[in-house]
Design a protein around this ligand. Structure first.
Ligand code: NAD
Ligand code: MLT
Length: 527
C-alpha cells in the first residue's frame, strides 16, 4: 500500500484517479504549518502539491519514505529540487496542462488593463458614472513585446497577433530562424524595451531573469508603456515598477504574480493604475482538471513501478540500468551545462561521440541528459528527460551521435562538440573509478578537472605572469582559489585555465580580470 499526501486542493477528477487504485491510499491535509507538516510527512510515499505548499529541504529531510513529489502545474520553484534529487526523490510536474489557460488569462489581463475594466467596475459599484475617467487605449496596431517564447509566450504572441497587435519577441534560447514562418519579429531585449507599447513576460524565474525589468530597463521604455506579468513575481522588479507607475512613466501594470504571495502588504496594490489578481493564470476548470488528472496518473505510474513521466530531476529509466548509468548521466549533464554557459550565441549543432565502455549502454538517455544540461540555462523547470529532445528539435538543434567501442587513453570517453553561430567549443570527459567525473579535454587542450561548484574559465596566451595576475586580482577581491588547472597546445600558444573558486565572482571582478593583458576570454561557470 502506498500513501499519498495531498496538501493543496486537487480537482475531484484527479482524486478519482487515485481512488480507483487499490494499492494507493490518499490523505488530503490542507493548511498545515511547516512544523505540522514536518511531523507527518515521514509516512508518505507520494506527495501532491500545487503552488500553495513549499517543499523545503527540511521537509524533504523529514520525509523518510517519500519517493515522488507531483506538482499539479508548471513551476517547481516551490520545491527544493537539489534536496529532492540528493534524496533520490522524483519531482514531476505537468508542463502542458495550463498553457492555454495562462495564455488566455494574459490576454484578459492585457485587455482589462488597457480598458481599465476593474477600476471602472469598482467605480460603478460605488454608484459613480465616470465615463471619461476610464478612457482606455486600443490594442490594435500597438506593439507588444513578448519576453520568453516558450509554450505560454508563443501562445500569447499568436493570440495577440490575432487582435491586430504587432508582435516583437525576445528569447535568447530560441533560434530566430525558427520563427520565420510565424511572423513574429525576433529582436534584442533593448529593442523590446525601446519599441513596445505593451510588454508581457513569460520566462521562468531564474537567477538571470530575476529583475530582468528594473529601473534601468524601464528608463529605456516609451513613456506610457504598459506591463504584464503572468509568469513569476520578481521578473519585473516591484520597487522599480511602483516608482514608474507613480511617476506615470509606466501607464499601467497587470499583475497575476508577486514576489511574495499573498502580497497583502505590497504597495503595488494601492495604485489605481495596477490591475491585479491572486495568481489565477491556471485557475480554470479545464486547467485544474488537466493538471490534477495528469499528476495523479503520473504518481500512480511512478509508485507502482511503471514509467516515470515529466520528471524534472530524473531520467525515465529502469532502476538497475539507471544505477550503472548515473555517473555518465552526471558527466554529460555537466558537459551540457558547461557548453551552454560557454556558448556566445544560439546553439546550432551538437555532435556527441561515445567511445569505449560507455558504448555498451543504450546511449539515448545520455544524449537526453546532455541536451537537458544544454537547455538548463534558459528553460523553466519543465525541461526533463522526456521532453529535452523534443524541445531541442523545436529549437532547431542538429544533434548527431556516434558510438565506437575503441578509445585510446581512457576506458570510456564522451566528446561533445557544440557549434553556435559565433564559434565552436569541444569538451571531452570521462568517469574515473565508479563516480569521479572529469573533463579531460577542453577546446583541444588536455585538462583534468572535476566540473563542480564555481569555476572561472579563461582562454589566454601562454605567457608568464597571467595566472599570477589573475590570482592577485581574485585575492585583492577576497575570492579564494580552491583549485587551478592550466592547459596549452604549445609553448607560447593558446592556453586555457579552469579556476575553482569558493564563492560567486561579482561582475565587477570579472570585468577587472578581463582587463588583464593577453586574456582573450573569461567566463564565470556554475555547476
Ligand atoms: P517554457 O519553459 O515553455 O518557456 C519559458 C521560455 O523562457 C523559454 O522559451 C526560455 O527560452 C525563455 N527564457 C529563459 N530565460 C530567458 C531570458 N533571460 N530572456 C528571455 N527568455 C528567456 O515555460 P512556460 O510553460 O511557457 O511558462 C512560462 C512562465 O509562466 C513560467 O515562469 C511558469 O512558471 C509561469 N506560469 C505561470 C502560471 C500562472 O498561473 N500565472 C501558469 C503556468 C506557468
Ligand atoms: C504554474 O506554475 O503552473 C502556475 O503558477 C499555476 C499554479 O500553480 O496555480
Amino acid at each position: 500500500m502506498f500513501k499519498v499526501l495531498i496538501t493543496d486542493k486537487l480537482s475531484d477528477l484527479g482524486m478519482a484517479v487515485f481512488k480507483k487504485e487499490s494499492e494507493i491510499q490518499t490523505e488530503e491535509i490542507i493548511g498545515k504549518t511547516p512544523e505540522e507538516l514536518k511531523a507527518i510527512v515521514g509516512k508518505y510515499d507520494g506527495w501532491v502539491i500545487r503552488s500553495g505548499t513549499t517543499v523545503t529541504a527540511d521537509l524533504i529531510e523529514a520525509a523518510k519514505n517519500l519517493k515522488v513529489i507531483g506538482r499539479a502545474g508548471v513551476g517547481v520553484d516551490n520545491v527544493d529540487l537539489e534536496a529532492a534529487t540528493k534524496r533520490g526523490i522524483i519531482v514531476m510536474n505537468t508542463p502542458d496542462g495550463n498553457t492555454i489557460s495562462t495564455s488566455e488569462h494574459t490576454i484578459a489581463m492585457l485587455m482589462a488593463m488597457a480598458r481599465k475594466i476593474p477600476q471602472a467596475q469598482q467605480s460603478l459599484k460605488e454608484k459613480k458614472w465616470e465615463r471619461s475617467k476610464f478612457t482606455g487605449c486600443e490594442l490594435n496596431e500597438k506593439t507588444l513585446g513578448v519576453v520568453g517564447l516558450g509554450r505560454i509566450g508563443t501562445n500569447v504572441a499568436r493570440k495577440a497577433k490575432g487582435l491586430g497587435m504587432r508582435i516583437i519577441a525576445y528569447d535568447p534560447y530560441v533560434d530566430p530562424e525558427k520563427n520565420k514562418g510565424h511572423e513574429f519579429e525576433i529582436v534584442t531585449l533593448d529593442d523590446i524595451f525601446k519599441r513596445s507599447d505593451f510588454i508581457t513576460v513569460h520566462t521562468p524565474l531564474t537567477k538571470e531573469t530575476k529583475g530582468l525589468i528594473s529601473a534601468k530597463q524601464i528608463a529605456m521604455m516609451k513613456d506610457g508603456v504598459r506591463l504584464v506579468n503572468c509568469a513569476r513575481g520578481g521578473i519585473i522588479d516591484e520597487i522599480a515598477l511602483f516608482d514608474a507607475l507613480k511617476s506615470g512613466k509606466v501607464a499601467g501594470a497587470a499583475l497575476d504574480v508577486f514576489e511574495k504571495e499573498p502580497p497583502f502588504d505590497n504597495p503595488l496594490l494601492t495604485l489605481d493604475n495596477v490591475v491585479c489578481v491572486p495568481h489565477l493564470g491556471a485557475a480554470t476548470q479545464e486547467a485544474q482538471v488537466n493538471v490534477a488528472v495528469v499528476v495523479a496518473e503520473q504518481i500512480v505510474e511512478a509508485l507502482k513501478g511503471g514509467r516515470v513521466r515529466n520528471a524534472v530531476n530524473m531520467p525515465s529509466l529502469d532502476p538497475k540500468v539507471l544505477e550503472e548509468l548515473k555517473p555518465y548521466l552526471n558527466l554529460v549533464e555537466k558537459i551540457g551545462s558547461f557548453h551552454s554557459q560557454l556558448a556566445e550565441s544560439f546553439i546550432k549543432k551538437i555532435e556527441v561521440e561515445y567511445s569505449g565502455e560507455v558504448s555498451k549502454f543504450d546511449t539515448r538517455p545520455l544524449t537526453l541528459s546532455l541536451v537537458k544540461g544544454i537547455l538548463s540555462k534558459g528553460m523553466s523547470e519543465s525541461v526533463n528527460y522526456v521532453n529535452a529532445l523534443f524541445i531541442a528539435k523545436e529549437r532547431g538543434y542538429e544533434i548527431s551521435e556516434t558510438v565506437s567501442n575503441s578509445v585510446a587513453d581512457y576506458s570510456s570517453l564522451i566528446k561533445v562538440t557544440v557549434k553556435n553561430e559565433k564559434g565552436t567549443h569541444i569538451l571531452a570527459g570521462t568517469v574515473f573509478g565508479k563516480t569521479e567525473v572529469r573533463i579531460v579535454s577542453l577546446d583541444g587542450n588536455n585538462t583534468d578537472f572535476t566540473p563542480e561548484g564555481n569555476m572561472i574559465w579563461m582562454a589566454h596566451e601562454d605567457r608568464p605572469g597571467i595566472v599570477g595576475h589573475l590570482g592577485t586580482v581574485l585575492g585583492n577581491n577576497h575570492v579564494n582559489i580552491a583549485g587551478l588547472y592550466v592547459g596549452r597546445q604549445a609553448v607560447g600558444g593558446k592556453a586555457i585555465a579552469m579556476v575553482n573558486v569558493d564563492n560567486d565572482v561579482p561582475e565587477k571582478v570579472m570585468a577587472e580580470l578581463r582587463g588583464i593583458a593577453h586574456i582573450q576570454d573569461l567566463k564565470f561557470i556554475k555547476f
